[in-house]
Design a protein around this ligand. Structure first.
Ligand SMILES: *[C@@H]1O[C@H](CO)[C@@H](O)[C@H](O)[C@H]1NC(C)=O
Ligand SMILES: *[C@@H]1O[C@H](CO)[C@@H](O)[C@H](O)[C@H]1NC(C)=O
Ligand SMILES: *[C@@H]1O[C@H](CO)[C@@H](O)[C@H](O)[C@H]1NC(C)=O
Ligand SMILES: *[C@@H]1O[C@H](CO)[C@@H](O)[C@H](O)[C@H]1NC(C)=O
Length: 298
């Protein structure tokens, strides 16, 4: 978080935060994130501009390039629901890496030969990842869990599509963090089983649908929305939200937003004030968040 410091008291306490790369642009369309990593090298994915949404066609073209030639063993970790917010809220985002619900996933990404991250993949409601991979690889998915996988013989001279279904916290008596931690454990165990067989693999972690379509949140699934928010509130403050046509386009979570207007001055806690977001904007390529704190001058 940028702590701006202005010596001139005349200057408006306006803080321009250019948030690049990590924000989604808000056309109100639904997206899921997708992580892909491999024990082999992957072709590069043209990195999307800030706020860019990767289309299903772009993904199909990429998968054909990455998996089209030679036999591949693909591990598809398909969670019932997943949104970028799940990483923001449960990924130890404030530097509290020990709090992360995804230690195995993070370790796998770091130790893999190559990995790509698709922060926002278009989700149309009819997208079907198993079908997409089935088409790319020309084989049917085999449903596995860590237990069955350890007994499974994988023929590495043909394509293999191993599907691992993971639950989300919707309707679960466990908290979202616990469910995601359990899923991370499953991911870790599956990867260990595959490594023990010395099988080269390409793994994907994504969601069957977004966990939060914020504009539609808690309309049809009230109890879900409530439990999700209850969990979020316990760990994280509500985000500063900039909306376009009623849908969030920029969300800023900050543990502490404090500024000092002079070198010797006291810190002003901006969290105690409500900013105006008047000059913020979003379009398909740019996301600009302008927080104006008129009271910070007094
Ligand atoms: C693996 O698949 C290939 C191609 O279908 C086949 O020729 C080979 O016998 C299989 N190997 C094993 C160990 O099943
Ligand atoms: C932005 O949209 C969200 C979700 O629709 C809503 O909860 C929030 O109150 C809106 N904020 C503003 C400033 O309109
Ligand atoms: C926020 O950060 C400032 C500057 O580091 C510090 O003085 C202040 O105590 C912090 N406030 C909270 C609520 O953590
Ligand atoms: C988005 O806004 C930026 C900054 O105002 C501008 O430079 C860019 O051309 C806009 N892009 C589109 C697609 O409108």
């Amino acid at each position: 978080m940028a702590a701006a410091s202005c010596s001139s008291k005349v200057r408006l306490a306006t803080f321009v935060l250019l948030l690049l790369g990590c924000l989604s642009s808000g056309s109100g369309s639904a997206q899921v994130p997708l992580l892909l990593w491999s024990s082999d090298s992957l072709p590069p994915l043209a990195s999307p501009a800030a706020g860019h949404i990767t289309s299903n066609d772009q993904l199909t073209v990429y998968l054909a390039a990455a998996l089209g030639s030679g036999p591949h063993t693909v591990l598809l970790f398909l969670q019932d629901k997943l949104s970028k917010d799940d990483f923001t809220i449960f990924g130890g985002v404030f530097g509290n890496k020990q709090d992360s619900a995804f230690p195995n996933l993070e370790a796998a990404l770091q130790s893999s030969a190559s990995s790509i991250t698709v922060p926002a993949l278009e989700w149309t409601g009819s997208s079907s990842f198993p079908a997409l991979f089935q088409e790319t690889l020309g084989v049917s998915p085999v449903l596995v869990d860590p237990e069955t996988l350890s007994h499974l013989t994988i023929n590495t001279s043909v394509n293999n599509l191993l599907l691992i279904n993971l639950p989300y916290c919707t309707g679960s008596h466990k908290s979202c963090k616990e469910v995601l931690q359990d899923n991370d454990e499953v991911i870790g165990n599956v990867l260990s089983a595959v490594k023990a067989k010395d099988v080269p693999y390409t793994a994907i972690y994504t969601g069957l649908q977004p966990s939060r379509v914020i504009s539609e949140a808690s309309v049809s699934e009230q109890s879900v929305g409530r439990s999700l928010l209850a969990t979020a509130e316990a760990d994280v403050k509500a985000p500063i939200m900039f909306n376009v046509s009623g849908n969030p386009c920029i969300m800023l979570w900050a543990q502490n937003l404090s500024v000092s207007l002079s070198s010797s001055g006291d810190w002003i806690d901006l969290a105690a004030q409500t900013p105006s977001l008047d000059r913020s904007m979003c379009n398909t390529t740019h996301s600009l968040l302008v927080l104006s704190y008129p009271e910070a001058l007094s």
